[in-house]
Ligand binder design. Structure first.
Ligand code: PXG
Ligand code: PLP
Length: 438
């Protein structure tokens, strides 16, 4: 049943053109497997796992049952100086999936909170170990690290930053890796650009390593248009961090939980960070939850003072919330039973082939892919950035397929349960839209 327009008034929607949306709302009322249902009772193919998060598809029984049972058993437990068993159980299971060494877990409620937690951990870590001068944080142009003040400070998307004052002090940015002149239409990791990591040396030369706490990057920049790291780039970044005693933080909010063909991007790219932030796929998007994984050495450093004192003055009311822990345990069970955390590696060649078949279609200027992530970059409409991609989005929506656009790039990240025929439908829908939009 379509809603009355007046009923849309009070809700101030996030990252949305509110007035335009309320004139022609797109409302989702149900979901199962690979499909949403909308208020016109249509089935809509989910090409973006909700918002890069519903990796196991919708309405999965283990997750639904875990949340229902948990709500009746223990609805809330205070997380400070108290705990409940599932928090420990979940942490133990998670560290079985992470790269060796990343074996401590701090729980949050979103990717943005995970990022701010990791940045605070990095600065405090150096201080506890006697290098209190290491306070600077380095992000990267075109990075997205959520919307809290720490995250937008190290982030590199101008629209997310320019309205919000001076943000954190002592932050700098290395340059982004997008280089269409050399790398357009690369399959998987582009060949050119490992040397862009050397930009970190420039900032070390400017600020001195003794002032730098950490560098944060997304292994694949997702929100800013699916930028795949050039071959050797992340390795080089790791080497430079090691050389200068700088912590390396991978923001795996999107790349975590199977998106690239392994549990984490760190494993796909063969580079282990010191801290790793996750959210989204941790609970299959069903209950808000995020986490920060830390190397043993970082945890141990904090555990150095008197035993009765709090070691890290940080945490959220809802850290390790029982419903979120239950949802995450149900999610991990689903991933394990169906082999979903490696399924993207089996599907990626078919996905890549379908995606790259859009080369030569109207407006397409680059295509990028890795695992089950795809980016299709379009030439913008003259003087109207982002509009052409949004027109494609609207056309696909009318055809019953949900995609996502960022600027003039279409970003695809289907649930990891996607089947071949659904990949074909997703790509053919976009092809049809490209051939008829302005
Ligand atoms: N880091 C990264 C790398 C992300 O992709 C966040 C942090 C923040 O997570 P929360 O849970 O606070 O939103 C994200 C979130 C898009 C899009 O359209 C992507 C995200 C969020 C909203 C939209 O690409 N990623
Ligand atoms: N603001 C006030 C007044 C609070 O009391 C609290 C938590 O106790 C917060 C903000 C932080 O909320 P949360 O722990 O959910 O992040």
């Amino acid at each position: 049943m379509p809603l009355n327009p007046a009923a849309l008034d009070a809700y101030w929607m996030p990252f949305t053109a509110n007035r335009q949306f309320k004139k022609a709302p797109r409302l989702l009322t149900g979901a199962d497997g690979m499909y949403f249902r909308d208020d016109r009772d249509r089935q809509v193919l989910d090409g973006i796992a909700g918002l890069w998060c519903v990796n196991a598809g919708h309405n999965r029984p283990h997750i639904v049952q875990a949340i229902q049972a948990q709500a009746a058993e223990l609805d809330f437990a205070p997380p400070f100086q108290m705990a409940h068993p599932k928090a420990f159980e979940l942490a133990e299971q998670l560290v079985q999936l992470t790269p060796a060494g990343l074996n401590k877990v701090f729980f949050t409620n979103s990717g943005s909170e995970s990022v701010d937690t990791a940045l605070k951990m990095a600065i405090a870590y150096h201080r506890v170990r006697g290098e209190g001068s290491r306070t600077r944080l380095i992000g990267r142009e075109r990075g997205y690290h959520g919307v809290n003040f720490g995250g937008i400070s190290v982030g590199g998307m101008v629209a997310n930053r320019k309205m919000f004052g001076t943000m954190l002090g002592g932050v700098d940015h290395i340059r982004h890796t997008h280089d269409p002149a050399r790398n357009a239409y690369s399959m998987g990791q582009p060949a050119h650009g490992a040397e862009l990591a050397d930009d970190l040396e420039r900032l070390v030369a400017l600020h001195d390593a003794s002032t730098i706490a950490a560098v944060i990057v997304e292994p694949i920049a997702g929100s800013t248009g699916v930028l795949i790291p050039p071959q050797g780039y992340l390795q080089r970044l790791r080497e430079i961090c090691d050389k200068h005693g700088i912590l390396l933080i991978f923001d795996e909010v999107i790349t975590g939980f199977g998106r690239t063909g392994n549990p984490f991007g760190a494993q796909t790219f063969g580079v282990t960070p010191d801290l790793m932030t996750v959210a989204k796929g941790l609970t299959n998007g069903c209950v808000p939850m995020g986490a920060v994984f830390a190397q043993q050495k970082i945890y141990d450093t904090f555990m150095s003072g008197p035993e009765h004192l709090i070691e890290f003055f940080h945490g959220y009311t809802y850290s390790a919330h029982p419903l979120a822990c239950a949802a995450a345990l149900g999610t991990l069970k689903t991933y394990a039973e169906e082999g979903l955390l490696t399924r993207a590696s089996a599907m990626q060649s078919q996905f890549a082939e379908a995606l790259h078949s859009l080369k030569g279609e109207p407006h397409v200027i680059d295509i990028r892919n890795m695992g089950l992530v795809g980016g299709i970059e379009l030439a913008p409409l003259p003087g109207e950035p982002a509009k052409r991609a949004f027109n494609v989005f609207l056309d696909c929506w009318e055809q019953g397929v949900l995609i996502r656009t960022t600027g003039d790039t279409i970003a695809l990240s289907p649930p990891l349960i996607i089947e071949s025929s659904q990949i074909d439908r997703l790509i053919d829908t976009i092809r049809t839209a490209l051939r008829r939009v302005a």
